[in-house]
Design a binder for this molecule. Sequence first.
Ligand code: IPM
Ligand code: MG
Length: 361
Amino acid sequence: MKIAVLPGDGIGTEIVAEALKVLKVLNLPMTLETALVGGAAYEAHGHPLPESTLALAKASDAVLFGAVGDWKYDTLDRPLRPEQAILGLRKNMGLFANFRPAICYEQLVGASSLKPELIAGLDILIIRELTGDIYFGQPRGRRVATDGHFPGAEEAFDTMRYAKPEIERIAHVAFQAARKRNKKVTSVDKANVLETFQFWKDVVTEVHAQYPDVELEHMYVDNAAMQLVRAPKKFDVVVTGNMFGDILSDEASMLTGSIGMLPSASLNSANQGLYEPSHGSAPDIAGKGIANPLATILSAAMMLRFSLNQAASADLIEQAVKNVLAQGLRTVDIYSEGTTKVSTREMGDAVVKALQVLVHA
Ligand code: IPM
Ligand code: MG
């Protein structure tokens, strides 16, 4: 098993280091190769996704990714900004299926901004289409308007579009994931306004005919945003396009109390995957040793389960994380009175220890 390790920028290097410590405990036959990505790669090679990094990622079974970005790169031309690295990896590796679970850990119920009864036991899975939609749709750009409300004015435009096979494959992913869970899919669209998402709704409905055992509901995105804070536990699997999925997954993550806890997986049709925490590079706390490494550690668990066929090891890591939370250890983002505040490294060490106990049990 070959793993490309791309720590990236900001807290990326700190949290990936902890995840690697945890993986090491399992003693699995894997080779790890590290490469630069994002701002770090731009500084060293003049590009956020150097050819060599992309080649390494493509030649690996899985990519363990930290985070990219820093405000200091905001003034660079768009193709040179750190975010382009993650978009380039998604596009070039064909990582069309993005899994973003939002799970509320029992011990962290109090950390949510919602009432405990609304989120206790929350376990939803957002499946976001990741290589299409307005993110990648052509044409896009700037021009002088020749029509519209202001002919002659400077304007910018992007293109929202989805091809039928693109919708079909993500719909299959969602229905199959739901089969392993509570057998309910909510497809989120804006069919009342957008042609693209009327088509989305029609195609998802068509694919659903092959999954009579799974319940399908359709919901407009604005309503979905509201229902997520009103009654989040009514959802099981949510499937949606790239743009809506970006927004709803951030919203869902906060229901759980901390974005610092949430892993994610992005898969292609060959089950190659990129695994990263759902949070960003947090330049404001980089180097302080206070970032929460659990989302990255849990991403490594997802990597074992989805791309490396090591579900038992993944279970062990997840159990180790729960045990550490039960011991009362908290990084600052999930700290509450009566618990013990620990650093990034101390949290990683605690998971290592808990995992060692489970491995030897
Ligand atoms: C995410 C991020 C990215 C996205 C950015 C960094 C390009 O917000 O993974 O959700 O918009 O997809
Ligand atoms: Mg986002």
